[in-house]
Design a protein around this ligand. Structure first.
Ligand SMILES: [Mg+2]
Length: 313
């Protein structure tokens, strides 16, 4: 087998002219390289030193007025009762309701203790109504499928980091990717169209079992480590998430792979972070679930802080 050039992690920030490649001959990885495409004369070595994977909702974008509102509106559509943000947080704290369609249905199911005559909709009906709120509807009433036609709540999602944030990680040898329960069109939209990350490494809804199953996290981590020809067990790694399910995903991953050096880095989502008392209680729940550290905001994860968090005992 002849030499093979593998495009790797940093090609993710090729918008800024930085690429990572590895020279592979047969099964041997000879030369992990980071190349600044803007200046071909000065390639420099920057081997992969760590991995940082991110949840998207509440971590990369604020969904307090999109997904969470769609959840509340969907429940209200079927029951006339609109759950408060605290009710939704309490459900999410159980660690099993990462999927917002299932969370909507579960809140309706529980509501029947107060509204015995409430008829439960099918899951398909929940998905249809939810999607109408989230993406918006075309003139014929169908859920909009094209980003340029989206008029729904997806249009009100402030970003919590920017493209430079990821360029800084890559520049320090920190590979990154995303493991999210968001629907693929929504995840691609925020990462590619809004953040400007071409072909981001992503595990989204349907690519792997829902969190807290660790399959998606482990698969993406393995893939990124293999692209840089570094055994995953040699890499300090973190997963940044905002819910108990995210923390449990890491705990389950370590249980499956005891040599995995993965930490659960938790961050309170913006809708929680605003109120000090609520935030303290929320953070306490994340720590109680097993988070290794709670950080104030995703944007605090500059490379120095990442190494500090991942390497401290
Ligand atoms: Mg989240």
């Amino acid at each position: 087998m002849g030499p093979e050039l593998l495009l790797g992690l940093g090609s993710l920030v090729s918008g800024k002219g930085v690429a990572v490649a590895s020279l592979k001959v047969g099964r041997r990885c000879l030369l992990p390289l980071e190349v600044n495409l803007a200046d071909h004369r000065q390639p420099f070595l920057a081997p992969l030193r760590a991995l940082l994977l991110f949840d998207i909702d509440g971590v990369i974008r604020d969904v307090g007025r999109s997904y969470r509102l769609a959840l509340a509106e969907t429940v209200a559509h079927f029951s006339g009762w609109r759950p408060t943000p605290e009710t939704i947080d309490a459900l999410k704290a159980e660690g099993r309701w990462n999927n917002d369609w299932d969370a909507s249905l579960e809140l309706l199911r529980r509501r029947r203790s107060r509204q015995p005559n409430l008829e439960l909709p099918s899951r398909d009906a929940v998905v249809e109504v939810f999607s109408g709120f989230y993406f918006g509807r075309d003139a014929d009433g169908a859920v909009s499928r094209q980003p340029q036609h989206w008029t729904g709540l997806i249009r009100q999602e402030p970003l919590l980091v920017d493209e430079a944030f990821f360029a800084a990680l890559s520049g320090s040898g920190i590979g990154w990717g995303f493991v999210s329960g968001a629907e693929p069109p929504s995840a691609h939209h925020v990462l590619e169209d809004r953040l400007g990350l071409p072909r981001p490494p992503l595990v989204a809804m349907g690519d792997a079992p829902d969190k807290p199953d660790p399959t998606g996290l482990l698969q993406l981590a393995e893939k990124l480590a293999a692209a840089a020809c570094v055994p995953l067990a040699h890499l300090p790694m973190g997963y940044v998430g905002d819910t108990v399910a995210d923390v449990l995903t890491v705990i389950h991953a370590r249980r499956q792979q005891p040599r995995l050096r993965c930490k659960a880095l938790a961050v309170a989502p913006p809708h929680v972070a605003a109120a000090a008392k609520v935030r303290a209680a929320y953070n306490q729940r994340l720590l109680a679930a097993g988070a290794d550290a709670v950080i104030g905001a995703t944007a605090e994860l500059r490379p120095e802080r990442v190494f500090q968090l991942l390497l401290e005992e």
